[in-house]
Design a protein around this ligand. Sequence first.
Ligand SMILES: *Cc1c(COP(=O)(O)O)cnc(C)c1O
Length: 353
Amino acid sequence: MVLQPRLRADLSTLPRYVPGRAAVGDPEFKLSSNELPYEPLPSVREAVRRELGQFHRYPDPGSTELVAALADRLGVPAEHIVPGTGSVAVTHHLVRAAAGEGDEVLFAWRSFEAYPLITWAAGARAVQVPLAGESHDLDAMAAAVTDRTRVIFVCNPNNPTGTPVRRDDLDRFLDRVPRDVLVVLDEAYREFVTDPDVPDGIEVHLSRPNVAVLRTFSKAYGLARLRVGYAVAHPPVAAALRACAIPFGVSGPAQSAALASLRAESELRERVERVVRERDRVTAELRTSGWQVPGSEANFVWLRLGERTEAFTAACEDAGLMVRPYPDEGVRVTIGTPAANDRFLKVAHDWNV
Ligand SMILES: *Cc1c(COP(=O)(O)O)cnc(C)c1O
């Protein structure tokens, strides 16, 4: 018998992360990964180009300039900000810092696919509270808290359904959660939120020591390939996060591009506004075609298709569109260029007539 390295006995229980399929065909019609459909801004490209001559040097391990710019922009002390290689990496570090064997990590389901995986990686137990309709069931989540709960994720707005948690509901929930349980507001899509009743997690964080926020440059800022995101957390949590992080995680080009993006915020805001207008147009046209679509505060829409999920995905593929199927549940479709959205709307319209 060939002896193999011994791996974790529970490896077969590892939840699989199914990424958006690799782009086939025209990337303009890849609506499966919630990317921005616009190419990097000239100023951001230039910032990355300036890094070329320095690839032989390690990057600044503390991302000092980026952290200072973020602190200024968000109105929080620099000490609260911890960048990482995408907010998914920061999420790994957060869970690693707070939960281990025998602990529980609580989140809604369906929500972001990385949560079960990250919980598993830390050796903790995932407690998944079904959505009510397409939204977080915060009452059920509060009721599911035990003395083993260490981390609670609230994905706001929720991936993949696009639904938000509103201020009053979040406040009531946070009042019920024990003060020694870390609540993580995952705001990967914050920049696309237009509903004034959806709270800004940074403000919530400032008045509640057990609340941390995750943000990313991957979505609205259009830097998905460079891998940079961050947590905003109170000093004890932030320090634990830094201790659990991989040294030199955020590359020089990623730091520089993120910094340049913060400086180009008005140009980027205009792009986000375009996406939001398209989101609202797509939602309205889907409803006109007879679809029931939850209102999305993100850059994607959710179609609950149940057992017709695969057939709809195939119809999209036949039209040259890549969307994200969740087998037997539904399909998430990223808002792209008007041409890509029109193509999707035609498939959706023809499907329903
Ligand atoms: C895309 C996404 C992220 C961010 O991913 P990065 O690692 O920063 O690219 C985090 N949370 C949710 C819910 C997301 O959809």
